[in-house]
Every structure is written in C-alpha cells, then in structure tokens.
Design a protein around this ligand. Sequence first.
Ligand code: G3H
Length: 527
Amino acid sequence: MNIPAQFAIDAPFHHNSFLINGEITLWDGPTADVFSSIHTPNSDGALAPTHLGSVPDMNAAHALKALEAASNAFDKGKGVWPTMKVADRIACMERFVTLMKQERDKVVKLLMWEIGKNLNDSEKEFDRTVDYIVDTINEYKDIDRDSAKFHNHGGVFAHIRRGPIGVVLCLGPYNYPLNETFALLIPAIIMGNTAIFKPAKHGVLLIAPLLQAFKESFPPGVVNIVFGRGRTIATPIMKTGKIDVLALIGHSSSAMSLQDLHPKKSRLRLVLGLEAKNPAIILPDADLEKTVQECVAGTLSFNGQRCTALKVLYVHESIKEAFLAKFVAAVDALQLGMPWENTLLTPLPEPNKPAYIQELIDDATAKGAQVLNPRGGKRTENFIFPAILYPVSRDMRAYEEEQFGPVIPVMSFTDIDTPLDDMAASSYGQQVSLFGKDVDKLGPLIDTLANLVCRVNLNSSCQRGPDVYPFTGRKDSAVSTLSVRDALRSFSIRTFVATKDTESNKEILRELLDTHKSNFISTDYML
Ligand code: G3H
C-alpha cells in the first residue's frame, strides 16, 4: 500500500495520561490497544489491522475523581468558573482555540486512521470545529450584549441573564469524534458549567494531542478528560446523582440507560442527538440527475455512518425504473479507497460492521428483496460494498433498524400517504429529503412533513450543517436543540435578579454597577 509519508504510522502512539482537576497525570494502570481497521503489514509481514497505539483503560475510582474535580470547580455555584465575567471566560476559550489549531495535522491524521474518514472530510471536521468555537464565542457575546440591561415591568426591576446549570457529562459518537463532541463540550463550558468528557470508542487517540490545550486554557476542574469504557466510566458517575446535564450524541438505548441510573431523574437535563432513519421521498417530476447525485451523497457520505444519512428511499412508482437504473450505475461506479485517497467509500472502523450489514442484506433477500447493483454486498475484511435493496418491506430489518452503514433500502409508492404514514409511525423524526418541482404537490407536503420531522430538505440530501441552523429531532431522534446559538441556550438557564422599583433599591443597583462588586449585575458588554 502506498501511504504518503506525512500520513504513515511510523510507531504506535501510546497515550498514557489523563486530565483531572487541571493536572495531566500519568496513568500506570491497564491500557486498551487502539487498532485501525486499515490493514498494513505487521511485524511478521502479514496484512493485519494497524496497531495505532493505546489509551488508559481507567476505572470507576478515577471516573469519580473526575466528577469530584468538576463538582469542586462548580463549587455549588461559587466556583471561579461559574461566577467568572463573561469576558474572562471568552478569553479562556480564545486561548483554547489558538492552541487547538496547532494540533490540526495530528488530529486529522488520527481521524483518518481511527475512523477511516477521508482526508477532505477529516480536515473539514477539524476546521468546522474551529469555526464552531469561533462562532460560539461571537454568539455568546451577542447573548451577553442582549442581557446587559435592566427591565422594569409592574414596578419590578429585573436583570436577566443565562446562567450555567452545573456539572455536565459529555459523551460523543465515533463518526464525528471531534466535531460532535466539541459541539456539546464547548457551549457547555463557555456558559459556565464544568464537565467530564470521555472520548468515543473509536476516535479516541485523536483527543490526546488536545489535553495540554485544555489544561493551559481553563481553570482546574472545568474540563476533565478520562479514557475507558463507557459503562465503566459513566455508570458510577451517573449513579451519584451529581450530574446536572447529560450531553450525549449516540444511541437512545445508551442515553436511556444512563438516564435511568440517575437517582433524581427529574433534575437531570438532557441534551441528546440520537439515531434517525431519514427518508428520501422522490416525486414523479423529480430531476433525476440531481436526485441521484443527492441520494448517493445522502446515503453514502462517510459510508452512511451519519445520523443524518438517508436511510430509506421512497421512489414514486412512475419513475422507479428510471431512477433505479441511474442510481445503481452511480453507486456501482463509486471507488473504495484509503482515507488519504479521498474516495467516498473508505474502510469501516467497526470490525463487526460488515457482518452486521450482511445480516441486513440476508434478512431482506430472504424476505423477497433483491440486491440491485452487481457490486452490492461484495465484502473485504473491513468493508462491504453498498447494496441497493429493492423492494423493501416493513417486516425487514433494513427497514426497521438504523443501519448506520453502507446498505440502501428502497421502497416504491403510488400514494403519498404511504411514506407519510410510515414516517408518522416511525420511532424517529429528524429530517427528510423531498425531491420534486410541482409546487401544487410540494406545498401541502412540506406543511405535513414539517410536523413529522425537524428539517425538510428540498431537492437536497439531509445534513446537520451549516451549524448556525437548528439541529434537532422529534421522538427518539433528539432531546433539545443544537445550533451555535441553541446549544448555548440548551446548556444554560435563564436566571435573574429582581427588585421592587424603590429609591433605595435603585441606589443599591447603581452602586453594584459602579463598584463592579458583582459579575452578574453588570451592564458592561463585549464588542
Ligand atoms: O451523525 C450525525 C451528524 O450530526 C451529521 O452531521 O450532516 O454534517 O454529516 P452532517
């Protein structure tokens, strides 16, 4: 294999430290090996998964130490961080983003090896995260400017701000181990919360180069980073009841079981981005070229491992044949390659994924579907070529389960109520793609679809970005809304100081403002 020198793994990277209470401490306990599903020659010269290195396999005791550090940093609302001036918190975040940018090359290289994301998308993930932080800082300034005033209604003065909630447990997914995790962590901390962050199962080594930046940028205990198995780390933390916000992007089953461990569930705030089964609905007058293009990208960008991926296609009976002929040709023309070759299809990071996708194909074909594309289902050690399954029925696993990988269930319809009823009955409600031109048909359909999902993509595949737009879902697809601005709201609560409009109270307010004795009562703002 021809690996460009700058992307080669010359030696395994054994990361052996963690960040708790502002200290990067060496770990001398058990470690977990990190392998890439990309095969390279091992020491015996045989092709095998590449040994990338190892990370600490930390235990419950250390998980609880991280929790203690985060709780102490919040310090029942008295901590330096939650009471800090907005301008000072922003200065910490600006320092962090400057330091983070210096680690770009290392993080991008590890993204490619750890999760198989292609070079362009790995670079995009890093740059998008940096932009997200910069935009978050600007948005927070804006929110702060809006709060730098007093209201007076009904004889009561009020000074209203958004305040932190407390301690956040932050868990992200393997498909965006940097971007999606940071899109939780960054707004959580900038609003004055403190956090414990455990990197995802795959895409863990790439967090290591950033430990120093966190340590240097934030006061002790504000960000605590521990490594280990989700169950070992998160279970004891949740059981204490000391977590105020569970911030998780992943599967609803994990979110549910973690929530259930909390002894006082009603005071646990949830910020969750969960699974989805976004459909494409292709109407008779859809532009075939563009629809095929969008459906290929929608179903197969990063091999379909996106919560926003198109996971079932509904094609109108009248254009089914024309669409499928073009779609089959476009999918079979796709290249599978190494991440640095920038192909759309790349090795799958989860060792069991090809077998799982095979099970979905076998189940569907046993129940009457066909694999329409000649290359569909062809397997290698770490990949299975996308199979277009048609006709898919509701009793098939490929219809029911979120495949999160390269398999494309297709159904045809004559009555538009068929996809609409399926969507209404589905456990999910994130987004839909609607392809067509006739506004007489599109108008009423959009009105219904907007009530079934949270984003209707017209003649476009589904996606999260641009990050200023709301990213959320109905039913089992999300709790709370994430966008640059909405995330700041999700991780904070409106809290205010009120006082009766009397001369003596006004005098006290004036004095508070003049003396800057309170960071909360302040009409200063950042430009
Ligand atoms: O896994 C779900 C991601 O939020 C999708 O984001 O649409 O930008 O790929 P994306």
